[in-house]
Design a protein around this ligand. Structure first.
Ligand SMILES: Cc1cc2nc3c(=O)[nH]c(=O)nc-3n(C[C@H](O)[C@H](O)[C@H](O)COP(=O)(O)OP(=O)(O)OC[C@H]3O[C@@H](n4cnc5c(N)ncnc54)[C@H](O)[C@@H]3O)c2cc1C
Length: 387
Protein backbone atom coordinates (compact mmCIF):
# COMPACT_ATOMS: atom_id res chain seq x y z
CA UNK A 1 0.00 0.00 0.00
CA UNK A 2 1.40 3.39 -1.00
CA UNK A 3 -0.36 6.66 -0.19
CA UNK A 4 2.20 8.89 -1.96
CA UNK A 5 1.20 10.73 -5.10
CA UNK A 6 3.44 10.05 -8.09
CA UNK A 7 5.43 12.76 -9.89
CA UNK A 8 2.80 12.78 -12.65
CA UNK A 9 0.01 13.16 -10.09
CA UNK A 10 1.80 16.05 -8.41
CA UNK A 11 2.39 17.80 -11.72
CA UNK A 12 -1.31 17.57 -12.63
CA UNK A 13 -2.34 18.75 -9.17
CA UNK A 14 0.06 21.72 -9.31
CA UNK A 15 -1.10 22.64 -12.81
CA UNK A 16 -4.74 22.58 -11.73
CA UNK A 17 -3.91 24.55 -8.60
CA UNK A 18 -2.26 27.28 -10.68
CA UNK A 19 -5.29 27.49 -12.98
CA UNK A 20 -7.60 27.48 -9.97
CA UNK A 21 -5.86 30.46 -8.42
CA UNK A 22 -5.09 32.47 -11.55
CA UNK A 23 -8.14 31.80 -13.75
CA UNK A 24 -10.94 30.22 -11.73
CA UNK A 25 -10.94 32.09 -8.41
CA UNK A 26 -11.05 35.66 -9.76
CA UNK A 27 -14.28 35.06 -11.71
CA UNK A 28 -16.13 32.66 -9.40
CA UNK A 29 -18.43 35.26 -7.84
CA UNK A 30 -19.24 36.93 -11.16
CA UNK A 31 -20.15 33.61 -12.82
CA UNK A 32 -22.44 32.73 -9.95
CA UNK A 33 -24.25 36.01 -10.58
CA UNK A 34 -24.42 35.86 -14.37
CA UNK A 35 -24.77 32.10 -14.90
CA UNK A 36 -22.60 32.41 -18.02
CA UNK A 37 -20.50 29.46 -19.12
CA UNK A 38 -16.79 30.28 -18.57
CA UNK A 39 -15.08 29.65 -21.90
CA UNK A 40 -11.84 31.00 -20.41
CA UNK A 41 -11.79 28.19 -17.83
CA UNK A 42 -12.19 25.69 -20.66
CA UNK A 43 -9.35 27.30 -22.64
CA UNK A 44 -7.09 27.16 -19.60
CA UNK A 45 -7.85 23.45 -19.08
CA UNK A 46 -7.30 22.86 -22.78
CA UNK A 47 -3.97 24.69 -22.90
CA UNK A 48 -2.78 22.75 -19.87
CA UNK A 49 -3.71 19.42 -21.45
CA UNK A 50 -6.26 18.55 -18.75
CA UNK A 51 -9.16 17.54 -20.99
CA UNK A 52 -8.12 14.03 -22.02
CA UNK A 53 -7.47 12.33 -18.70
CA UNK A 54 -10.60 10.13 -18.77
CA UNK A 55 -9.88 8.99 -22.33
CA UNK A 56 -7.29 6.23 -22.96
CA UNK A 57 -4.20 7.16 -24.94
CA UNK A 58 -4.97 4.75 -27.77
CA UNK A 59 -8.29 6.58 -28.25
CA UNK A 60 -6.67 10.00 -28.46
CA UNK A 61 -6.73 10.98 -24.81
CA UNK A 62 -3.87 11.49 -22.38
CA UNK A 63 -4.98 8.41 -20.47
CA UNK A 64 -3.79 9.65 -17.08
CA UNK A 65 -6.86 8.16 -15.45
CA UNK A 66 -9.58 8.99 -12.96
CA UNK A 67 -7.31 9.54 -9.93
CA UNK A 68 -5.37 12.38 -11.61
CA UNK A 69 -8.67 13.77 -12.90
CA UNK A 70 -9.96 13.78 -9.31
CA UNK A 71 -6.83 15.63 -8.14
CA UNK A 72 -7.43 18.35 -10.73
CA UNK A 73 -11.14 18.57 -9.90
CA UNK A 74 -10.37 18.89 -6.19
CA UNK A 75 -8.05 21.83 -6.82
CA UNK A 76 -10.45 23.86 -8.95
CA UNK A 77 -13.52 23.02 -6.82
CA UNK A 78 -11.83 24.72 -3.86
CA UNK A 79 -12.78 27.97 -5.55
CA UNK A 80 -15.68 27.15 -7.92
CA UNK A 81 -17.60 23.89 -7.98
CA UNK A 82 -18.74 24.47 -11.58
CA UNK A 83 -15.11 24.38 -12.72
CA UNK A 84 -14.95 20.91 -11.21
CA UNK A 85 -18.09 19.95 -13.12
CA UNK A 86 -16.46 21.15 -16.36
CA UNK A 87 -13.68 18.63 -15.76
CA UNK A 88 -16.22 15.91 -14.91
CA UNK A 89 -17.76 16.60 -18.31
CA UNK A 90 -14.50 15.60 -19.96
CA UNK A 91 -15.44 12.05 -18.97
CA UNK A 92 -19.20 11.78 -18.56
CA UNK A 93 -20.30 12.08 -22.22
CA UNK A 94 -17.17 10.37 -23.53
CA UNK A 95 -16.87 7.23 -21.47
CA UNK A 96 -19.92 5.58 -23.07
CA UNK A 97 -17.94 5.93 -26.32
CA UNK A 98 -14.82 4.55 -24.61
CA UNK A 99 -16.76 1.56 -23.26
CA UNK A 100 -19.22 0.95 -26.08
CA UNK A 101 -17.97 2.59 -29.26
CA UNK A 102 -16.42 0.91 -32.28
CA UNK A 103 -12.83 1.91 -33.19
CA UNK A 104 -14.22 4.22 -35.89
CA UNK A 105 -16.61 5.90 -33.44
CA UNK A 106 -13.85 6.33 -30.88
CA UNK A 107 -11.53 7.89 -33.46
CA UNK A 108 -14.27 10.15 -34.75
CA UNK A 109 -15.20 11.71 -31.38
CA UNK A 110 -12.61 11.14 -28.68
CA UNK A 111 -9.40 12.78 -29.97
CA UNK A 112 -11.24 16.06 -30.67
CA UNK A 113 -12.85 15.95 -27.23
CA UNK A 114 -9.51 15.28 -25.54
CA UNK A 115 -7.94 18.19 -27.43
CA UNK A 116 -10.72 20.59 -26.53
CA UNK A 117 -11.94 21.01 -30.11
CA UNK A 118 -15.41 19.71 -29.24
CA UNK A 119 -17.57 19.33 -26.14
CA UNK A 120 -20.10 16.64 -25.32
CA UNK A 121 -23.06 16.34 -22.96
CA UNK A 122 -24.50 13.22 -21.30
CA UNK A 123 -28.26 12.83 -21.90
CA UNK A 124 -29.86 10.23 -19.66
CA UNK A 125 -32.41 11.99 -17.42
CA UNK A 126 -35.97 12.57 -18.66
CA UNK A 127 -38.88 14.54 -17.21
CA UNK A 128 -40.53 11.39 -15.84
CA UNK A 129 -37.46 9.18 -15.39
CA UNK A 130 -34.50 10.35 -13.29
CA UNK A 131 -33.26 7.71 -10.84
CA UNK A 132 -35.45 5.18 -12.65
CA UNK A 133 -33.43 5.54 -15.85
CA UNK A 134 -34.02 1.93 -16.91
CA UNK A 135 -37.57 2.93 -17.80
CA UNK A 136 -36.68 5.94 -19.94
CA UNK A 137 -39.03 6.73 -22.82
CA UNK A 138 -37.02 8.58 -25.48
CA UNK A 139 -37.35 6.38 -28.55
CA UNK A 140 -35.10 5.72 -31.54
CA UNK A 141 -36.81 3.90 -34.41
CA UNK A 142 -34.85 2.40 -37.29
CA UNK A 143 -35.61 3.93 -40.70
CA UNK A 144 -33.31 2.70 -43.48
CA UNK A 145 -29.76 3.85 -42.73
CA UNK A 146 -30.95 6.13 -39.93
CA UNK A 147 -32.74 6.11 -36.62
CA UNK A 148 -35.50 8.61 -35.94
CA UNK A 149 -35.16 10.04 -32.44
CA UNK A 150 -38.07 11.44 -30.42
CA UNK A 151 -38.27 12.40 -26.75
CA UNK A 152 -37.05 14.76 -24.03
CA UNK A 153 -33.95 15.00 -21.85
CA UNK A 154 -33.73 17.37 -18.90
CA UNK A 155 -31.12 19.02 -16.64
CA UNK A 156 -28.33 18.28 -19.11
CA UNK A 157 -25.10 19.85 -17.80
CA UNK A 158 -23.15 21.69 -20.46
CA UNK A 159 -25.97 21.16 -22.95
CA UNK A 160 -25.92 24.76 -24.17
CA UNK A 161 -22.28 24.55 -25.27
CA UNK A 162 -22.26 20.94 -26.50
CA UNK A 163 -21.29 19.90 -30.03
CA UNK A 164 -22.49 16.32 -29.60
CA UNK A 165 -24.81 14.54 -27.21
CA UNK A 166 -24.50 11.03 -25.88
CA UNK A 167 -28.17 10.07 -25.84
CA UNK A 168 -29.73 7.00 -24.25
CA UNK A 169 -32.90 5.97 -26.06
CA UNK A 170 -35.20 3.00 -26.30
CA UNK A 171 -34.80 0.89 -29.42
CA UNK A 172 -36.41 -2.25 -28.04
CA UNK A 173 -38.89 -3.42 -25.42
CA UNK A 174 -39.30 -2.27 -21.81
CA UNK A 175 -36.54 -2.13 -19.21
CA UNK A 176 -32.77 -1.80 -19.35
CA UNK A 177 -32.23 -4.28 -22.19
CA UNK A 178 -34.31 -2.16 -24.58
CA UNK A 179 -31.98 0.86 -24.28
CA UNK A 180 -29.27 1.85 -26.78
CA UNK A 181 -26.77 4.70 -26.83
CA UNK A 182 -26.24 7.15 -29.70
CA UNK A 183 -23.95 10.04 -30.44
CA UNK A 184 -26.18 12.82 -31.72
CA UNK A 185 -25.08 16.05 -33.41
CA UNK A 186 -26.24 18.76 -31.00
CA UNK A 187 -27.11 21.01 -33.95
CA UNK A 188 -28.98 18.46 -36.08
CA UNK A 189 -32.44 19.46 -37.32
CA UNK A 190 -35.05 18.58 -34.69
CA UNK A 191 -32.67 18.96 -31.72
CA UNK A 192 -33.98 21.86 -29.65
CA UNK A 193 -33.14 23.41 -26.32
CA UNK A 194 -36.54 24.30 -24.91
CA UNK A 195 -35.21 25.97 -21.79
CA UNK A 196 -32.33 26.28 -19.35
CA UNK A 197 -32.69 26.20 -15.58
CA UNK A 198 -32.49 28.99 -13.02
CA UNK A 199 -30.44 26.96 -10.58
CA UNK A 200 -29.73 27.29 -6.88
CA UNK A 201 -26.00 26.70 -7.37
CA UNK A 202 -23.26 25.58 -9.76
CA UNK A 203 -24.58 28.36 -11.94
CA UNK A 204 -21.54 28.64 -14.21
CA UNK A 205 -22.46 25.42 -16.02
CA UNK A 206 -25.99 25.78 -17.41
CA UNK A 207 -28.35 22.81 -17.55
CA UNK A 208 -30.42 22.43 -20.72
CA UNK A 209 -33.75 20.75 -21.46
CA UNK A 210 -33.61 19.10 -24.88
CA UNK A 211 -36.47 17.97 -27.06
CA UNK A 212 -35.84 15.65 -29.99
CA UNK A 213 -38.45 15.89 -32.74
CA UNK A 214 -37.94 13.39 -35.56
CA UNK A 215 -34.16 13.80 -35.37
CA UNK A 216 -32.46 11.74 -38.07
CA UNK A 217 -29.44 10.00 -36.51
CA UNK A 218 -27.24 7.94 -38.86
CA UNK A 219 -27.23 4.26 -37.83
CA UNK A 220 -23.43 4.47 -37.77
CA UNK A 221 -23.85 6.65 -34.64
CA UNK A 222 -25.39 3.78 -32.66
CA UNK A 223 -22.64 3.01 -30.15
CA UNK A 224 -21.04 -0.33 -30.89
CA UNK A 225 -23.44 -0.69 -33.83
CA UNK A 226 -25.45 -2.95 -31.52
CA UNK A 227 -28.82 -2.30 -29.96
CA UNK A 228 -29.54 -3.02 -26.30
CA UNK A 229 -26.14 -2.31 -24.69
CA UNK A 230 -26.78 1.37 -23.90
CA UNK A 231 -27.93 1.02 -20.31
CA UNK A 232 -24.91 -1.04 -19.38
CA UNK A 233 -22.61 1.61 -20.86
CA UNK A 234 -24.49 4.33 -18.98
CA UNK A 235 -24.05 2.45 -15.69
CA UNK A 236 -20.36 1.72 -16.29
CA UNK A 237 -19.88 5.40 -17.08
CA UNK A 238 -21.69 6.56 -13.94
CA UNK A 239 -19.87 4.02 -11.77
CA UNK A 240 -16.48 5.03 -13.11
CA UNK A 241 -17.22 8.74 -12.73
CA UNK A 242 -18.52 8.57 -9.14
CA UNK A 243 -15.13 9.45 -7.62
CA UNK A 244 -15.05 12.63 -9.70
CA UNK A 245 -18.32 13.86 -8.16
CA UNK A 246 -16.86 13.03 -4.76
CA UNK A 247 -13.75 15.03 -5.67
CA UNK A 248 -15.92 18.07 -6.35
CA UNK A 249 -17.22 17.68 -2.79
CA UNK A 250 -13.75 17.25 -1.29
CA UNK A 251 -12.41 20.34 -3.06
CA UNK A 252 -15.44 22.44 -2.14
CA UNK A 253 -15.14 21.44 1.52
CA UNK A 254 -11.41 22.18 1.59
CA UNK A 255 -12.00 25.61 0.07
CA UNK A 256 -14.79 26.42 2.52
CA UNK A 257 -12.88 25.23 5.59
CA UNK A 258 -9.71 27.12 4.60
CA UNK A 259 -11.63 30.32 4.04
CA UNK A 260 -13.40 30.05 7.40
CA UNK A 261 -10.12 29.29 9.22
CA UNK A 262 -8.43 32.44 7.91
CA UNK A 263 -11.47 34.52 8.75
CA UNK A 264 -11.69 33.12 12.30
CA UNK A 265 -8.10 34.16 13.00
CA UNK A 266 -8.96 37.83 12.35
CA UNK A 267 -12.44 38.13 13.80
CA UNK A 268 -12.58 39.38 17.37
CA UNK A 269 -15.27 38.57 19.93
CA UNK A 270 -15.23 38.78 23.74
CA UNK A 271 -11.74 40.25 23.57
CA UNK A 272 -10.11 37.39 21.66
CA UNK A 273 -10.03 35.88 18.20
CA UNK A 274 -12.92 33.64 17.24
CA UNK A 275 -10.37 30.91 16.51
CA UNK A 276 -9.45 30.88 20.24
CA UNK A 277 -12.86 29.50 21.26
CA UNK A 278 -12.71 25.78 21.80
CA UNK A 279 -16.20 25.31 20.37
CA UNK A 280 -14.97 26.83 17.10
CA UNK A 281 -11.69 24.87 17.19
CA UNK A 282 -13.65 21.63 17.51
CA UNK A 283 -15.80 22.60 14.55
CA UNK A 284 -12.59 22.80 12.53
CA UNK A 285 -11.46 19.45 13.93
CA UNK A 286 -14.76 17.90 12.81
CA UNK A 287 -14.35 19.46 9.36
CA UNK A 288 -10.82 18.03 9.10
CA UNK A 289 -11.95 14.54 10.18
CA UNK A 290 -14.66 14.48 7.54
CA UNK A 291 -12.54 15.98 4.76
CA UNK A 292 -9.70 13.55 5.39
CA UNK A 293 -12.05 10.54 5.46
CA UNK A 294 -13.80 11.65 2.28
CA UNK A 295 -10.54 12.35 0.44
CA UNK A 296 -9.24 8.88 1.25
CA UNK A 297 -12.49 7.27 0.09
CA UNK A 298 -12.46 9.26 -3.14
CA UNK A 299 -8.81 8.53 -3.93
CA UNK A 300 -9.31 4.84 -3.24
CA UNK A 301 -12.43 4.74 -5.41
CA UNK A 302 -10.57 6.53 -8.21
CA UNK A 303 -7.68 4.09 -7.87
CA UNK A 304 -10.14 1.18 -8.15
CA UNK A 305 -11.56 2.66 -11.35
CA UNK A 306 -8.06 3.03 -12.76
CA UNK A 307 -7.49 -0.66 -12.00
CA UNK A 308 -10.57 -1.45 -14.11
CA UNK A 309 -12.62 -2.27 -11.00
CA UNK A 310 -15.88 -0.43 -11.61
CA UNK A 311 -18.31 -3.21 -12.48
CA UNK A 312 -21.13 -4.41 -10.23
CA UNK A 313 -18.74 -6.20 -7.91
CA UNK A 314 -17.02 -2.93 -6.92
CA UNK A 315 -19.99 -0.60 -7.30
CA UNK A 316 -20.51 -0.22 -3.53
CA UNK A 317 -16.98 1.20 -3.04
CA UNK A 318 -17.67 3.85 -5.66
CA UNK A 319 -21.09 4.66 -4.24
CA UNK A 320 -19.74 4.89 -0.67
CA UNK A 321 -17.16 7.45 -1.83
CA UNK A 322 -19.74 9.47 -3.78
CA UNK A 323 -22.34 9.46 -1.01
CA UNK A 324 -19.92 10.21 1.82
CA UNK A 325 -17.91 12.91 0.04
CA UNK A 326 -20.96 14.78 -1.25
CA UNK A 327 -22.77 14.65 2.11
CA UNK A 328 -19.54 15.68 3.83
CA UNK A 329 -19.34 18.70 1.50
CA UNK A 330 -22.78 19.80 2.64
CA UNK A 331 -21.87 19.38 6.33
CA UNK A 332 -18.57 21.22 5.99
CA UNK A 333 -20.02 24.03 3.84
CA UNK A 334 -22.68 24.54 6.52
CA UNK A 335 -20.16 24.50 9.39
CA UNK A 336 -17.78 26.87 7.60
CA UNK A 337 -20.62 29.30 6.97
CA UNK A 338 -21.60 29.07 10.65
CA UNK A 339 -18.10 30.08 11.73
CA UNK A 340 -18.57 33.43 9.96
CA UNK A 341 -21.87 34.14 11.68
CA UNK A 342 -23.96 36.75 9.85
CA UNK A 343 -21.13 37.43 7.41
CA UNK A 344 -21.24 33.81 6.25
CA UNK A 345 -24.83 34.32 5.18
CA UNK A 346 -23.94 37.28 2.97
CA UNK A 347 -22.74 37.29 -0.62
CA UNK A 348 -19.65 39.30 0.43
CA UNK A 349 -18.04 35.93 1.20
CA UNK A 350 -17.92 32.77 -0.94
CA UNK A 351 -19.35 30.50 1.75
CA UNK A 352 -23.02 30.98 0.92
CA UNK A 353 -22.11 30.06 -2.69
CA UNK A 354 -20.22 26.95 -1.55
CA UNK A 355 -23.25 26.04 0.59
CA UNK A 356 -25.61 26.34 -2.41
CA UNK A 357 -23.20 24.58 -4.75
CA UNK A 358 -22.73 21.65 -2.35
CA UNK A 359 -26.43 20.92 -2.43
CA UNK A 360 -26.26 19.81 -6.06
CA UNK A 361 -23.75 17.08 -5.35
CA UNK A 362 -26.11 14.83 -3.35
CA UNK A 363 -28.58 14.76 -6.27
CA UNK A 364 -26.54 14.44 -9.46
CA UNK A 365 -25.23 11.25 -11.04
CA UNK A 366 -27.23 9.11 -8.64
CA UNK A 367 -28.77 10.70 -5.54
CA UNK A 368 -27.60 9.83 -2.02
CA UNK A 369 -30.62 7.52 -1.74
CA UNK A 370 -29.72 5.70 -4.94
CA UNK A 371 -26.12 5.26 -3.74
CA UNK A 372 -27.54 3.56 -0.65
CA UNK A 373 -29.60 1.28 -2.87
CA UNK A 374 -26.37 0.23 -4.63
CA UNK A 375 -24.41 -0.18 -1.39
CA UNK A 376 -27.08 -2.17 0.45
CA UNK A 377 -27.73 -4.34 -2.62
CA UNK A 378 -24.08 -5.33 -2.77
CA UNK A 379 -23.98 -5.98 0.97
CA UNK A 380 -27.02 -8.23 0.78
CA UNK A 381 -26.69 -9.92 -2.62
CA UNK A 382 -22.91 -10.33 -2.53
CA UNK A 383 -22.88 -11.11 1.16
CA UNK A 384 -20.32 -8.40 1.93
CA UNK A 385 -19.34 -8.62 5.56
CA UNK A 386 -16.67 -6.91 7.57
CA UNK A 387 -16.04 -9.80 9.97
C1 LIG B 1 -27.66 20.60 -11.55
C2 LIG B 1 -27.99 19.27 -12.15
C3 LIG B 1 -27.26 18.79 -13.23
C4 LIG B 1 -27.59 17.57 -13.86
N1 LIG B 1 -26.90 17.15 -14.95
C5 LIG B 1 -27.33 16.02 -15.62
C6 LIG B 1 -26.70 15.61 -16.85
O1 LIG B 1 -25.72 16.22 -17.32
N2 LIG B 1 -27.21 14.54 -17.51
C7 LIG B 1 -28.26 13.83 -17.02
O2 LIG B 1 -28.67 12.86 -17.67
N3 LIG B 1 -28.87 14.18 -15.86
C8 LIG B 1 -28.42 15.26 -15.14
N4 LIG B 1 -29.04 15.65 -13.97
C9 LIG B 1 -30.16 14.87 -13.48
C10 LIG B 1 -29.82 14.03 -12.25
O3 LIG B 1 -28.95 12.99 -12.61
C11 LIG B 1 -31.14 13.55 -11.65
O4 LIG B 1 -31.72 14.70 -11.08
C12 LIG B 1 -30.96 12.46 -10.62
O5 LIG B 1 -30.58 11.27 -11.22
C13 LIG B 1 -32.25 12.22 -9.81
O6 LIG B 1 -33.35 12.11 -10.65
P1 LIG B 1 -34.68 13.01 -10.38
O7 LIG B 1 -34.23 14.41 -10.14
O8 LIG B 1 -35.62 12.76 -11.49
O9 LIG B 1 -35.26 12.48 -9.03
P2 LIG B 1 -36.26 11.23 -8.85
O10 LIG B 1 -35.67 10.03 -9.49
O11 LIG B 1 -37.63 11.65 -9.24
O12 LIG B 1 -36.17 11.05 -7.28
C14 LIG B 1 -36.94 11.85 -6.37
C15 LIG B 1 -36.52 11.47 -4.96
O13 LIG B 1 -36.73 10.07 -4.75
C16 LIG B 1 -35.51 9.43 -4.36
N5 LIG B 1 -35.47 8.09 -4.95
C17 LIG B 1 -35.64 7.77 -6.26
N6 LIG B 1 -35.53 6.44 -6.43
C18 LIG B 1 -35.31 5.91 -5.20
C19 LIG B 1 -35.13 4.58 -4.71
N7 LIG B 1 -35.11 3.52 -5.52
N8 LIG B 1 -34.92 4.42 -3.38
C20 LIG B 1 -34.90 5.50 -2.54
N9 LIG B 1 -35.08 6.75 -2.96
C21 LIG B 1 -35.28 6.96 -4.27
C22 LIG B 1 -34.40 10.33 -4.90
O14 LIG B 1 -33.21 10.18 -4.17
C23 LIG B 1 -35.02 11.70 -4.72
O15 LIG B 1 -34.83 12.12 -3.39
C24 LIG B 1 -28.69 16.82 -13.33
C25 LIG B 1 -29.38 17.30 -12.21
C26 LIG B 1 -29.05 18.50 -11.62
C27 LIG B 1 -29.80 18.95 -10.41
Amino acid sequence: MDFELSEEHRLIKDTARRIAREVVAPRAKELDETGRYPHDYFEAFKNAGLLGMAIPEEMGGTGNGILPLCLAIEEVAKYECGAGLMLVLTGLPNRPIVFGGTKEQQQKYLPDAANGLTKGAFCLTEPDHGSDAANLQTRATRDGDDYILNGNKVYISGGTVADYLTVFARTGGPGAKGISAFVVDAHAPGVNIDRTDDKMGVRSVPTAHFSFSDVRVPAENLLGLAEGAGFNHAMLTLNSMRPTVGARGVGLAEGAASYALEWARDRKAFGSSVIDFEAIQFMFADMAIQIEAARNLVYKAAWLVDQGKFGKEHAHNLSIAKAYATEMANNVASAALQVLGAQGYMKDHPLERHYRDARQLMIVEGSSQVQRVVISRNMIDRNLVYG
